[in-house]
Structure formats: C-alpha cells, structure tokens
Ligand binder design. Structure first.
Ligand SMILES: [Fe+2]
Ligand SMILES: [Fe+2]
Length: 372
C-alpha cells in the first residue's frame, strides 16, 4: 500500500481524521484517479501563518569576493551569457532564490568586456559594489554606474552591460524576480538579434530628466508600469536620508528609511520589485517586527548586526543578508560615530497589490528578541 500523508491537528476547525483501513483504501482509489482528500493535507497547505522555507542567511563579501574574481579566469561573458555567482539560499535552492521568490547574484566584468544584449519577462535591478567604468544600456539609454548607485532593467526592456576599456574590474549585485515569474509560468527570454543595442539618447538622460525631486519635466509623459528614472544615484539618496533625519525621528522599526520611487506614480520602481535605502544613525538600534514579503539587504555603508528570528548576524560593508517573510528582525548600527546604510530589495509591490501585506510588532522584552 502507498505511503499516505495525514496532517492532523486536534483543534476545532482543523482537519483531524484518523487513518482506518477503509480510509487508506479510499485514499488509494482517489490517488489512482489523480485526486486526494483535502483533510489529509489541509493543515499542511494552509498553515496558521506564513511558513517560509528560506533560511535567514548572510553572504559575507570577504568570503565571496575572491571566488567571484576567480570566475573571470574560468569563463568568458560570451560563453556564460552572464558571468554571475548567484546567492543560493539553502532552503530555496530548488528555485535558485536568495530569499522567497527573489533571485540575486554578484556579476563581475573586466574592462573592455560586455554582456550580450537581451531581454526577459523578469524585472531586474543592479546595485553597484566596486569598480569604475561600468555602464548599462536599457532601451537605448546609457547609464554610467557608480558605487552604491541603484539601476533598473525593467521587464521587457533590451539591456546590456559593459565596462569601458579604461575602467577597472567591476562587481555589482543583480537582483531579479526570476523565481516569481517562473512560479507564475510567465517567463520569456530573448537575445537581441544584433547581440548589442545602439545608444540612442544622451548618457544618463533618464536620471537627469526624471530625477529632480519635486519637479516633473515639461512634456514628460510616461505610461509604462515601471519608473522612467532608470538610475538612482547614491549621493542624492544619502543626502535625502540626511534631509529626512533633520525633520523626522524616523521609525522605531525601520530607522530612517526612504523607498526608491517611480516619480510618475509615487509608487514602487517596478511592478514586482521594490527597493529602499535605510539609515541607522550612530548607535541606533531598531525594535523588532515582522511582516510578509521577502527582503534582501545589502550593506552599503558602515557595520553592525541584525537579529533575525532570534539569531544574530554581524555585517559590514558589501555583505548581503536576507530576511524571509514573517521573520522577526531588528537592526543595530555598530558604530557610535558613523551612520550605517542598508540597501534593501523586496517584493513589496506584489504583497501590496495582492492584498497580502501584514505587519506585526514584537511586543515583549522591550521590543527586542531574546537571542537563541
Ligand atoms: Fe538581463
Ligand atoms: Fe522590516
């Protein structure tokens, strides 16, 4: 007889049917007809609260950087398509995700190298980690890439990346919603017929046109589902955090946080991926909370630690760590004199649009999790 799963709970309103020889035979009959009895699996497929299979994980740059550099000697961008070392969450390796339904990797390019132009249904971001002379071209708009700049390659846009011949080796984080789009069974991928795209606009035009806070360009109309501002520069972002801190106490859970925004809608930068930059003031610690959605943090300034589901993760510049959905988390700046900044990629647009966002504060112990 076939092994039959039966998830029982002795709680009113939950399935609690004991196995009998008659029922086991009945389940076998259903199985032969490609069917099953809901009460055997209901408690598993409808948990009381989200059960993330993602493990809170940190990828330390000091551990990974040399291995990323090694890939240059081992494969060419032409052969690899994209020369990327991806972040493989132990609980999500079946879908190659860093956390939840978000994929991320570290891409390296040497001076004079370029990746072949392509497009896909997945939406992508880059967050620049090191090097000079990198640029990306999105639908003919060329963008220069500086450290801690945040760049969009929205779904369906032709894009390619390269490093100028007089640049240095460049490394950046790629973040995409590939696992999500695959889960939706909606992913297409195309290589550009010319293998490269022409630059048809002035360099950095989208940031210069759309990236002026509080000002909308005359004649600027834009009806696409993603932000026309393809690049968000670090200097202006950091300045904005300081402006905010001068007029606000911030949040006890998120410290000083700014969401990257589509300037046309004031909403998230893309349909499926959102991003934010969070500043912890010198000595600042946040209180613990949890919410739905998957969050991938990159430390872009300073050092400190986060406690995720009771476990402490120490981080410093360029480390990447994840907070899975519904995981308790709190952050602490390790310095009494310097700010710490955390870039965060998330799937909040999906959570919010589908009405799935939920948030809860950690009520006990003064708002801080006991360490496990
Ligand atoms: Fe791509
Ligand atoms: Fe949070």
């Amino acid at each position: 007889m076939r092994e039959q799963e039966n998830h029982r709970e002795d709680v009113a309103g939950r399935a609690n049917v004991e196995d009998t020889p008659e029922l086991l035979a009945y389940y076998d009959d259903l199985h032969r007809h490609k069917a099953g009895a809901l009460w055997t699996v209901a408690n598993k497929i409808e948990p009381w609260e989200p059960q993330s299979t993602s493990e809170p994980t940190i990828w330390r740059y000091a551990d990974l950087r040399d291995h990323v550099l090694r890939s240059v000697d081992l494969v060419t961008p032409e052969k690899a398509g994209r020369r990327v070392i991806y972040l493989n969450n132990p609980g999500r390796s079946d879908v190659s995700a860093a956390v939840g339904w978000i994929y991320a990797g570290l891409q390296i390019m040497h001076p004079g190298e370029n990746a072949i132009a392509h497009r896909h249904s997945a939406s992508a971001i880059r967050f620049i980690m090191e090097g000079q002379g990198a640029f990306t071209v999105v639908d003919g708009h060329k963008m220069t890439l500086g450290i801690n700049d945040f760049v969009l390659t929205p779904n369906g846009t032709w894009h390619e990346h390269a490093v100028e011949p007089n640049g240095t080796a460049c490394i950046w984080q790629d973040g995409l919603d590939i696992p999500f789009v695959n889960a939706m069974e909606a992913n297409f991928f195309e290589v550009h017929p010319d293998l490269s795209t022409a630059v048809t606009h002035p360099v950095d035009d989208m940031t210069k046109t759309w990236g002026n806070a509080g000002l909308r360009p005359g004649g600027g109309d834009w009806d696409k589902g993603y932000s026309p501002m393809f690049k968000y520069e670090w200097d202006r972002t950091y300045e904005a955090l300081h402006s905010l801190v001068a007029s606000s106490d911030g949040s006890p859970f998120d410290a000083v946080l700014m969401h990257y925004m589509n300037p046309v809608t004031s909403g998230h930068v893309m349909q499926t991926l959102g991003a934010s930059m969070q500043m912890l003031r010198p000595g600042e610690t946040t209180k613990a909370h949890r919410h739905t959605g998957s969050f991938l943090y990159q430390v872009c300034r300073g050092a400190g630690h986060s406690i995720i589901n009771g476990k402490r993760f120490d981080w410093s510049e360029k480390d990447i760590f994840c907070v899975p959905s519904w995981a308790w988390h709190e952050h602490a700046n390790g310095s009494e004199t310097e700010t710490a900044c955390l870039f965060c990629l998330n799937d909040l647009p999906v959570m919010e649009k589908l009405g799935l966002y939920r948030e809860e504060a950690f009520g006990e112990n003064g708002g801080h999790q006991p360490l496990i």
